[in-house]
Design a protein. Structure first.
Length: 206
């Protein structure tokens, strides 16, 4: 007995064909939303795809900031905070490059990188007024006193250490101790006016 069942393709005599049909907008929206939130998740929890970064940290910088610091790092961080809080960065810039023709640089400065910190300590203590030549370039300085009455020996030591040992600025001079600051302060305690460059050059560097 023959079957009368026929497929639709046989009935109408045409072959099935492959074509394109429009994708529903709803599916496109869903894929877009999933992609967007997936990116947000990776940005927040991916840790920059660094294997050393995992929850609750969200970046390598975050991990580093939360690591316990050694004594030297603590002094440097304290000096950096003072540098910003006291407005030093306004004149000398966060880069230590100063402002061309206006404020001298601290990065690579022959004053900063001297064998000892005495002159820099004296400048922080009482300020500087008048022409000064820094690394071969002359500036007309007008720096106010910062240290006296505002900063402790430890503060001045931290600030000076930050300036003299700031590798990002190319500075690799020695660190400064509170004892060094105290010694300079005792030597200049009778003075109350800003320095000139000539007066500072008469001071021993250490």
């Amino acid at each position: 007995m023959k079957s009368d069942a026929k497929t639709s393709s046989t009935t109408n005599g045409t072959e099935p064909s492959v074509g394109f049909a429009p994708v529903p907008i709803a599916i496109i929206l869903i894929i877009g939303i999933l992609f967007y939130f997936g990116q947000l998740y990776l940005d927040h929890y991916g840790g920059g795809f660094n294997a050393k970064v995992y929850g609750p940290y969200d970046s390598w910088d975050h991990v580093q900031k939360l690591q316990p610091m050694g004594a030297g790092q603590q002094v440097f961080a304290r000096g950096e905070k003072i540098y910003n809080d006291m407005g030093c960065a306004t004149c000398h810039q966060p880069t230590g490059l100063g402002i061309s023709g206006v404020n001298p640089p601290l990065a690579g400065s022959d004053w900063v990188l001297a064998d000892g910190p005495n002159r820099v300590i004296a400048i922080i203590e009482l300020g500087l007024m008048g022409p000064v030549t820094v690394s071969g370039v002359q500036f007309n300085a007008a720096m106010p006193a910062l240290g006296r009455g505002n900063l402790s020996d430890e503060d001045v030591a931290a600030l000076t250490t930050f300036i003299r040992t700031n590798i990002k600025w190319g500075n690799k001079a020695s660190e400064v101790t509170p004892e060094q600051v105290k010694a300079v302060r005792e030597q200049i305690q009778s003075r109350s006016t800003q320095w000139t460059a000539e007066e500072l050059l008469a001071l021993p560097v250490k």
